[in-house]
Design a protein around this ligand. Structure first.
Ligand code: ADP
Ligand code: ZN
Length: 646
């Protein structure tokens, strides 16, 4: 089998692309004997090339739209299956499909994954040697490529545009299309120039794809990319396999890093995950500390050299079980399917950011965790950062509104998923049953009296002090500062002695989160009353707050969480699972590709559950297409047979 694959590569693709020199990227199993564009039926390509039995939701309509020559705008959550929406039409339509992608570092993996499935793919980017680029260009002109990935800055070069005009293009796919938006956080100036495609290639269908686009961004994509005629496919935003959990760091239960460590050890030992922190310093500190505790953790932030970042990213993608500790500089376009958790040690700036970052977990559809710790200090820091930023008032108002929504999500006592989806305009009729508030509903309590005491204390001390001092006064602490300021003579002195410090912090956090108290910009975190607190202060309204639990872990019991990862199999299956993973690891290492390029975890888990012993049975497993069946089938069958003692 190997020999045959290599022979075909040698004869058909020799000299086409030095990347192929390894000789293992055969395309021997393409339907129709590897002939380009045998037309073909999308359903059959789905099964034979990609090994999946059926399309998901809108995939088929999008594919048909493109095959018929139409344009499309696709809004689909991460992990929804955007890639097939242009890959299959590119295989069906005559000519080569061009995929515009902003991240050169990741093109390589996408191309490698396609070749594993027998698709003739290549990339064109500035990181390649000239010889590789020329080889790809020749292959294009000879009609020997199904898909070519290109960076936007290279695409708009006259040389590239000429090349595409001469070679015949099946379609243009513009990935991460929100990068065209100047207001978004991922703006790429090169994306603006992509409007040229509409002028130079009027007859070629174009598809723009993104996972993050609110109304204004979507409209910007349409105008800037000249997609006025495009059909819009907007998918529901829900990611049901992700369990959302947000815990308060003020409520006790140990330091943030200890709780993180416990979370990783108890629930994700040996699995891949991302830990987001706000500052570079914190990233380094947490990565070092986790490593010292025996977790395979690597840092990633903009303060590192490009080479260091790339090395860590590559390890994250190619090795199993790496935890990436990162600032938000990390993540766009990361399509590693088996990221089992995304943890936040700081509050994200907006619900959009939270959703995008957590969306990197569980792209393979298997259970995954979005886990966050947040506390009083987060609220104060973010409010200060916002007010101190150089942005104009209009912009600040928008950001304040976004932060408010994020805080609202944290303090929620009802289903988090319902609130998340509602934020994006989606309606989930029932509580989800897979978030912390559903699984472990938080108790609320009537906090009217303590809240009034807190507000009154802010007022009596002149709205000039931060939380710690206010709590000292409330609890009647006669320290130097309190006495020096004469605050021990205030009527609010000692009126809250019955409430613990941690509890007071929770109350202040919630008052700030709800906007009843404001954080002063100049005054080092001093608190001021907001107009909106007046009814409460006057006794005209009451206040229900979330009861802070002192649970050691912010987690509902793990047992409720159905999993396919290692820990879920019984011992016998577990052994097979490990053996299959080892087999995959060996094959991946031999080719220098990430393991998931060979087979996804979900495919291996299916193999454990179905235990196929013939090629036919193996072909039934989701994710096993013809090319992979032919290339790897025997090896995996041998492992399974060996395990069954056959
Ligand atoms: P996106 O780009 O939208 O984040 P991908 O295209 O990377 O998502 O797809 C996410 C995962 O879902 C991939 O592992 C892909 O192979 C898988 N997938 C996509 N479509 C299907 C399908 N119809 N059946 C089964 N798996 C699919
Ligand atoms: Zn819920």
């Amino acid at each position: 089998m190997w020999e045959r694959g290599e022979e075909i590569v040698a004869t058909r693709l020799a000299g086409v692309d030095p990347l192929l020199e390894a000789g293992r990227e055969s395309n021997s199993a393409r339907p129709g004997g590897g002939g380009a564009h045998d037309g073909g039926d999308p359903q059959r390509i789905l099964a034979e090339v990609f090994g999946y039995p059926e399309f998901r939701d809108t995939q088929r309509s999008i594919i048909d739209c493109l095959i018929d020559g139409g344009d499309a705008l696709v809004l689909m959550p991460t992990g929804g299956g955007k890639s097939l929406c242009y890959q299959i039409p590119a295989l069906v339509r005559p000519g080569c499909g061009v995929v515009i992608s902003p991240l050169i570092a990741l093109m390589q993996d996408q191309v490698a994954a396609l070749r594993q499935s027998g698709v003739r793919a290549a990339s064109l980017n500035s990181a390649q040697p000239a010889a590789a680029i020329q080889a790809t260009e020749r292959a294009l002109l000879a009609g020997e490529l199904d898909l070519v990935y290109v960076a936007p800055e290279r695409l708009v070069l006259p040389r590239t545009l000429d090349l595409f005009e001469r070679s015949g293009i099946a379609l243009f796919a513009i990935d991460e299309a929100h990068c065209v938006s100047q207001w978004g956080h991922d703006f790429r100036p090169e994306y603006i120039q992509l409007s040229i495609l509409a002028e130079r290639f009027p007859g070629v269908p174009r598809i723009a794809l993104t996972a993050t686009a609110d109304g204004p961004t979507r409209r910007e994509i349409v105008t800037r990319l000249r997609l006025e005629q495009a059909r819009q496919f907007i998918s529901p935003f829900d990611r049901p396999n992700i369990r959302y959990r947000i815990a308060q760091s003020d409520a006790g239960g140990g330091s943030a890093r200890n709780r993180l460590l416990r979370f990783i050890r108890d629930e994700h030992s040996g699995e891949a995950g991302i830990v987001y922190c706000l500052s570079r310093k914190r990233v380094d500190a947490i990565a070092d500390w986790l490593s010292a505790q025996g977790v395979l953790a690597l840092p990633y932030h903009a303060g590192m050299t490009a080479a260091e970042r790339e090395r860590n990213q590559t390890r994250f993608l190619k090795e199993e079980g790496v935890v990436m500790v990162a600032t938000i500089a990390f993540g766009m376009g990361i399509d590693k399917p088996n990221v089992r958790f995304v943890a936040h040690l700081n509050l994200p700036k907006s619900v959009e950011a939270y959703y995008q970052e957590t969306g990197r977990a569980g792209r393979d559809g298997l259970p995954a965790d979005a886990w966050m710790l947040y506390g009083l200090q987060d609220v104060i820091t973010l409010r200060q950062m916002l007010e101190q930023s150089g942005a104009d008032d209009g912009h600040k108002r928008i950001e304040r509104h976004k932060l408010e929504a994020m805080l609202g999500l944290c303090e929620l006592t009802t289903c988090r998923r319902q609130a998340l989806l509602a934020y994006f305009g989606d309606d989930l009729p029932e509580p989800c049953g897979n978030c912390d508030t559903c699984l472990d509903p938080p108790a609320t309590w009537d906090a009217t009296e303590p809240a009034r005491k807190a507000l009154s204390c802010v007022y009596r001390t002149g709205e000039r002090f931060g939380v710690n001092h206010l709590i000292d006064v409330l609890r009647g602490k006669r320290n130097e500062r309190v006495q020096g300021l004469g605050h021990h003579r205030l009527t609010t002195f000692g009126i809250g002695a019955d409430i613990e410090i941690a509890e007071w912090r929770g109350i202040f956090r919630q008052l700030i989160a709800r906007g009843l108290l404001r954080v002063d910009v100049e005054g080092h975190g001093s608190l001021k009353l907001d107009q909106s607190c007046l009814p409460l202060l006057r006794g005209e309204s009451t206040l229900q707050l979330r009861r802070e639990t002192r649970a050691a872990s912010p987690v509902p019991a793990r047992s409720a969480h159905k999993r396919v990862a290692a820990s879920d199999f019984d011992p016998e299956d577990q052994a097979l699972w490990e053996a299959l993973r080892a087999c995959r690891r060996r094959l991946a290492d031999a080719q220098g590709v990430p393991p998931y390029v060979i087979f996804h975890d979900s495919t291996l888990a299916d193999m454990v559950n179905i235990a196929p012993v013939t090629q036919d049975e193996l072909s039934e497993v989701s994710g096993v297409g013809m090319a992979k069946l032919e290339r790897y089938g025997d090896e995996f069958l041998a492992v399974i047979r060996g395990h069954l003692g056959l």
